[in-house]
Design a protein around this ligand. Structure first.
Ligand code: 5AD
Ligand code: SF4
Length: 442
């Protein structure tokens, strides 16, 4: 038997890329590849890339530059670029960095086995189509080996919203939902492998409208209801959502479905109606705040997370202050904030930008406020009992780390056997990015 070939995958960007990387590794598994965490011993290196901001996209080229010595040491090494930079830039990547052998977009990676065969014949391989066939129908069934207790599952891809700053509608294409039965089958297969928590993924996941098993489309709420029936699946989450797609049934599910966790990532981007309009978000700050009220009425302990952009073209100090006011009104447990980055091909890229110094200043002020809120919410957990799904060994010997229902990382002394189990933990301390606690008798 020949030794298996080794694949090293480096993932950038969002959780969907994490999911795609797993599926790409499984697809190449059919060609005899096993994954390695050492690039220097790999036969193939795949960079699964992100195009969302300029910085993210440029990282790919600096990483490719760093791979040069590896290619020099092993001329048989194959280097591939996958993901959203591959989709957006295609063959340009090979022109700019000739050491790249393969470029594959997020909708065509089921063709990786054939592409790999081309590489072995000494040909380059490029595929950034949006093929008519569904990649999920052509990927190998999810393999059997045991895996960690928390998994991602893509249920929806693409976006039809066309926010003026965003490349996703161009890199990931139009909105497509997977049929409910396929999602349920994949979820059962994951639970059979020891998964206790599934995070449903989509660029616009709450716009989910997959075909139901008996005809008619299912909403995300209905899908969550069906997933909740799976024995052994303890926790369900979903991300990322658009405020305009929070249907009544989904809001209600937050109050009714015990397995749906009390955490919601609901980006708003800005608190200024003028900027929201310029961003083509199609809702006002007030509408967002009313939505949060309804969600909290359904689930009072819901922890909110958000995304913000500062320095969108035309943003004044007053607009930025409106964002600060909205953040104060909501109180986020967690948030991501970014300086606006002009992306080629998006409508906003044509508009005059805000000076960098102002963007820096606003980002700093916003992040200070968000951090203050995050710390206050974490500190309020001290003394409380929370339920933790333990996932892996912690930093210190004898420690395990897991996630609370509110998605806080929690460290506690626990045996290895706690992995994959949900245990009650009394929180004793709050650190910068995690909580510490003691496991209580169940
Ligand atoms: N510039 C800065 N941030 C952006 N995001 C998306 N596009 C841009 C851009 N051009 C942010 C948004 C989005 C998150 C995934 O990334 O906040 O919700
Ligand atoms: Fe990056 Fe968006 Fe593509 Fe995810 S979908 S990899 S965040 S550009």
């Amino acid at each position: 038997m020949t030794a298996p070939r080794k694949l090293f995958v480096k993932t950038y960007g969002c959780q969907m890329n994490v999911y795609d990387s797993e599926r790409m590794a499984e697809a190449l598994g059919t060609q005899g590849y096993v994954t390695t965490d050492r690039p220097d011993e790999a036969d193939m290196i795949l960079l699964n890339t992100c195009h969302i901001r300029e910085k993210a996209a440029e990282k790919v080229y600096s990483e490719l530059g760093r791979l040069k010595p590896l290619k020099a040491a092993n001329p048989d090494l194959k280097i591939g670029v996958a993901g959203c930079v591959a989709q957006a830039e295609g063959a340009e990547i090979m022109r700019r960095q000739p050491l790249v052998d393969l470029v594959v977009g997020p909708q065509s990676y089921h063709r990786l086995p054939q592409m790999e065969a081309r590489l072995r014949r000494g040909e380059a391989a490029l595929d950034t189509e949006f093929p008519a066939e569904d990649k999920f129908d052509h990927l190998p069934a999810r393999p059997r080996p045991k895996r960690g207790p928390s998994a991602f599952l893509t249920v929806q891809e693409g976006c039809d919203k066309f926010c003026a700053f965003c490349v996703v509608p161009y890199t990931r294409g139009a909105e497509v939902s997977r049929p409910a039965a396929r999602v349920l089958d994949e979820a059962r297969a994951l639970v059979d492998r020891g998964v206790a928590e599934i995070t449903l993924l989509g660029q616009n996941v709450n716009a989910y409208h997959g075909a139901g098993p008996e005809g008619g489309d299912w909403t995300l709420a209905r899908l969550i209801g069906a997933l909740a029936e799976i024995d052994g699946l303890e926790r369900i989450r979903y991300t990322t959502s658009h405020p305009n797609d929070m249907g009544d049934d989904l809001i209600a599910a937050h109050g009714q479905c015990d397995k749906l966790m009390p955490y919601l990532h609901l980006p708003v981007q800005s608190g200024s109606d003028r900027i929201l309009k310029a961003m083509n978000r199609k809702h006002t700050a007030e509408q967002y705040l009313r939505l949060i009220e309804r969600l909290r009425a359904a689930r009072p302990d819901l922890l909110l997370s958000g995304d913000f952009i500062v320095g969108f073209p035309g943003e004044t100090e007053a607009d930025f202050e409106a964002t600060m006011d909205l953040v104060r009104a909501v109180g986020y447990g967690q948030a991501y904030s970014f300086k606006y980055s002009a992306r080629p091909g998006t409508p906003a890229a044509e508009r005059a930008g805000v000076p960098v110094a102002e963007m820096d200043d606003r980002l700093q002020r916003l992040q200070a406020l968000l951090l203050e809120q995050q710390r206050a919410i974490q500190a309020a957990m001290v003394g409380r009992d929370v339920r933790v799904l333990f996932e892996k060994p912690g930093r210190l010997p004898g420690q395990m780390v897991g996630k609370s229902e509110h998605l806080h990382a929690v460290h506690a002394e626990a045996p290895e056997a706690a992995r994959g189990r949900v245990l009650p933990v009394r929180i004793t301390a709050s650190a910068a990015h995690s909580l510490a606690g003691e496991v209580r008798a169940a």
